[in-house]
Design a protein around this ligand. Sequence first.
Ligand code: BGC
Length: 246
Amino acid sequence: MEILGIDIGGTGIKGAVVNTDTGEMTTERFRLPTPEKARPEEVAATVKELVAHFNYHGPVGTGFPAVVQKGVVRTAANIHKTWIGLDASSLFSEATGCPFYVVNDADAAGLAEMSFGAGRGQMGVVMMITIGTGIGTALFVDGILVPNTELGHIEIRGKDAETRSSDAARQRKRLSWQAWAKRLNEHLERLENLFWPDLFILGGGVSKSADKFVPYFNLRTRVVIAQLLNQAGIVGAALYARTKFS
Ligand code: BGC
């Protein structure tokens, strides 16, 4: 089935039509900048523009950078606070006339990697980590997703961990790759001691530069780099809609 997948991120809102049987995008990826404050009405207007660009009328899957339960946004670490309690699925459906299925962005990326990327066929405990404006996590047990794990927000050295180890933190503090790798290693080490994963999959834009920081890691758990790179969020969102739409 062909489904439009959308990935709402801190800086960009990206979409493409995805063949959910193969995980391939059947159109070019289209990107619009995320409106400055990422307020609900503005984001909905951008989503509407994106759907119109594809002249698309079917079900839409959307990755969203927050806890999402049955379409309702529950947290707002890097988005406007007025999202909390809002039914994002209904908001986008009303704006576009298409049925929307909204899922946490890291969970979407994890679904794509488990089906078509670095996690394909991996049993046991797999943890996908997306590194960007925030740190997103997706936990899989024998291929089944445990949604909304939010392990980017554990406390490390008295701080919300993602404010030290995200890619945004690396850029903001102008950290060297080695200094940042040390912070990320500390975060991952904490997660491996809590969950004993069999595999970490690292995604997000910065995973393209994995050779600059992964060599500094000192972890027990095997680390691999996501294979779908910046397509994972879009592909996974479409896969999510596929499972919900009937
Ligand atoms: C949010 C998560 C999201 C992650 C990556 C975090 O700040 O709390 O829900 O998955 O950023 O966007």
